[in-house]
Design a protein around this ligand. Structure first.
Ligand code: BG6
Length: 483
C-alpha cells in the first residue's frame, strides 16, 4: 500500500463520521493502510487539531465495526489534521497545498493525494477546478478523486458534470462510489459465476425463468425532504444501485478479470438493455408513493404528510420495473426490479428463479415449486438454494428444502472499508465507471421525463406494506410473483 495524503472535503459531515473514519480505522487495525499517511480534514469552521482528533475518536466509538484498541488509537489519531477551507476560494486551496507538502516532507512520503469529496454535489465542480488551479493536483505521485452519488440529476447534467471534472482529473483517476458495489455479497457476485461451474452452466436463458432484484427499506424520507422530493426512488436508488446490481448479476466474467474487463462486460450489459419507449413506460414501470400506515407496529405518516413535503407531491418513493436484455445469454428473461421506502421490511436481495422442472409422472398432482437461488445482500448476507426433495413422511409428496451458505458477522468488512481500500490501491473494479453512469442515465431518462410530465399513474401503498398492488400485477401478467 502506498503512503499517501487523504484529503477529505466535508470532514465534519455525517458520512465522514458514520462511514469514512470508521472505515479508515478498521483498515488501519487490519494493517491495510500504509505505515505513513496523513488525513487532512476540511470544513468551513475553524477547528483545532486536538478537537478534530477527539471528534474522530467519538465517531469511532459510535460507528466502528471493531472496538477501539487503546494501544493503537493515539498513533492512528495523530495522522489526523484539520484545515478550514472555503471551497470557492482558490487561495484556501493554495494554503492547503502548503499544508499537504508540509506533512509529506515531515513524513518523507511521495506526493500521492487522494481527494475525497464528501460534500453536496453542487460543490464537485468548483472543488475539482480549484484543486487544479491551486496546483494541488500537480503531484509527483498519483492523484485520485473519490466522489459520492448523485452523479448528475439527469443525463444532461451528468454529462456536463463529467466534462467539468475531466478538466482536472482523467477518468482513470475518478472513483465514483456506489456503496452497493462495496457490499461483500455484491462483490461476491463476481466470483460466484466464474468460480462455480455448476452455476456458470445455469446462468442463462435456458435455465433461468426470471431474475428479481429487490431493495426495500423500512425508513421513509427521514430528514432529507429537500433532496429526496426532487430525486425520488428512480434517481436515489434505481439509476445507480439497482442498475449496478443488474450489471453485477448478469455479466459473465472470465476467471481473474481485470478492472477493464469488468467494465467492458458491465458496459455491454447496460448497452443491451432494451430501451423503454414512451408508450411502453406505463406497462413496464410502476410508480408508487407511500401513504400513512404502520411499520413494524409503529404508526407513521404518509409521504405527503412528512416534514418538508408538499400535500400534492407526486414524487416516487417506490419504483418497480420489468426490464429485458437483448443478449444471447438473456434474451427472453424478464428482470424485475423494485425499490421502495416505508415497506414492511429492510431487505436487499437478488432472487434467481429457475425454469419449472418437468412434471414427473410420480407426482402428477403436485405443484412443484421452482428452484430458487437467493442472494441476500443486506441486512442478511447469505445465499440460499431452494431445491425439491421427497417428503420423508409421504412418499407421494415433494417438499421444498433450503440449503443455506454464509451469514453476516462482525468479521465482514463494511462496504466503505472495501471501497476506500480499493481506491487507495487504485483498483477501480467496484466503482461506477462513467460509461455505466452515462448509459444508465440514458436508459432512465424517458422514465424521468414521463414521471415529470405525470404521464405514469402514481400508485399509493400503505406504509409497512409490500408496495402497490400494481407492482404485483406486473409479475402476475407474466405468471410470476415476487419472492
Ligand atoms: C442511499 C440512498 O444511496 O442508499 C438512501 O440515498 C438509501 O435513500 C440507502 O436509504 C440505502 O442503502 P442501504 O445500504 O441501507 O441499503
Amino acid at each position: 500500500m502506498d503512503a499517501m495524503t487523504f484529503v477529505l472535503f466535508g470532514a465534519t459531515g455525517d458520512l465522514a463520521k458514520r462511514k469514512i473514519y470508521p472505515a479508515l480505522y478498521n483498515l488501519f487495525l487490519d494493517g491495510k493502510l500504509a505505515s505513513s499517511f496523513t488525513v487532512i480534514g476540511l470544513g468551513r469552521r475553524e477547528i483545532a487539531d486536538p478537537d478534530f482528533q477527539a471528534s474522530v475518536k467519538d465517531s469511532l466509538k459510535n460507528f466502528s465495526r471493531k472496538p477501539i484498541d487503546p494501544s493503537h488509537i493515539d498513533s492512528f489519531l495523530s495522522a489526523f489534521h484539520y484545515s478550514a477551507l472555503n471551497v470557492n476560494n482558490v487561495d484556501d486551496f493554495k494554503k492547503l497545498l502548503g499544508v499537504a507538502q508540509k506533512y509529506e516532507s515531515e513524513l518523507g512520503i511521495p506526493e500521492n493525494r487522494l481527494f475525497y469529496l464528501s460534500v453536496a454535489p453542487e460543490f464537485f465542480e468548483t472543488i475539482a477546478d480549484n484543486i487544479k488551479a491551486s496546483g494541488l493536483g500537480d503531484t509527483k505521485g498519483w492523484k485520485r478523486l473519490i466522489i459520492e452519488k448523485p452523479f448528475g440529476h439527469d443525463l444532461e447534467s451528468a454529462r456536463s458534470l463529467q466534462a467539468n471534472l475531466n478538466r482536472s482529473f482523467e477518468e482513470e483517476e475518478v472513483f465514483r462510489i456506489d456503496h452497493y458495489l462495496g457490499k461483500p455479497m455484491v462483490q461476491n457476485l463476481e466470483v460466484l459465476g466464474f468460480a462455480n461451474p455448476v452455476l456458470q452452466a445455469l446462468w442463462n436463458n435456458r435455465y433461468i425463468a426470471n431474475v428479481q432484484i429487490t431493495a426495500n427499506e423500512l425508513v421513509g424520507v427521514e430528514d432529507r425532504a429537500g433532496y429526496y422530493d426532487t430525486s425520488g426512488a428512480i434517481r436515489d436508488m434505481f439509476q445507480n444501485h439497482m442498475m449496478q446490481l443488474l450489471m453485477m448479476v448478469t455479466m459473465h466474467l472470465p476467471h481473474r478479470s481485470t478492472p477493464e474487463e469488468v467494465r467492458a462486460k458491465k458496459k455491454n450489459i447496460i448497452k443491451s438493455l432494451r430501451p423503454i419507449s414512451k408508450d411502453k413506460i406505463n406497462t413496464q414501470i410502476i410508480r408508487g408513493q407511500y401513504g400513512p400506515g404502520f411499520v413494524k407496529g409503529v404508526e407513521v405518516p404518509g409521504y405527503r404528510d412528512e416534514n418538508g413535503i408538499g400535500p400534492d407531491s407526486h414524487n416516487d418513493t417506490y419504483v418497480a420495473a420489468r426490464l429485458k436484455l437483448e443478449t444471447p445469454f438473456w434474451e427472453g428473461v424478464p428482470f424485475y426490479i423494485r425499490t421502495g421506502k416505508r415497506t414492511g421490511e429492510k431487505s436487499t436481495r437478488i432472487v434467481i428463479e429457475f425454469k419449472e422442472p418437468l412434471k414427473a409422472s410420480t407426482f402428477p398432482d403436485e405443484v412443484i415449486p421452482p428452484n430458487l437461488l437467493t442472494i441476500e445482500v443486506n441486512p442478511e448476507e447469505r445465499i440460499t438454494l431452494q431445491l425439491n426433495m421427497k417428503d420423508k413422511n409421504n412418499s407421494k409428496h415433494l417438499e421444498p428444502v433450503v440449503m443455506e451458505f454464509g451469514g453476516s458477522s462482525k468479521e465482514t468488512p463494511e462496504a466503505y472499508e472495501n471501497l476506500i481500500y480499493d481506491a487507495l490501491l487504485g483498483d477501480s473494479t467496484f466503482f461506477a465507471h462513467w460509461d455505466e453512469v452515462e448509459l444508465s442515465w440514458a436508459w432512465v431518462q424517458p422514465v424521468l421525463d414521463a414521471f415529470a410530465a405525470n404521464e405514469v399513474p402514481l400508485h399509493f401503498y400503505p406504509a409497512g406494506s409490500d408496495g402497490p398492488d400494481a407492482a404485483h400485477e406486473l409479475l402476475a401478467q407474466d405468471g410470476y410473483k415476487w419472492w
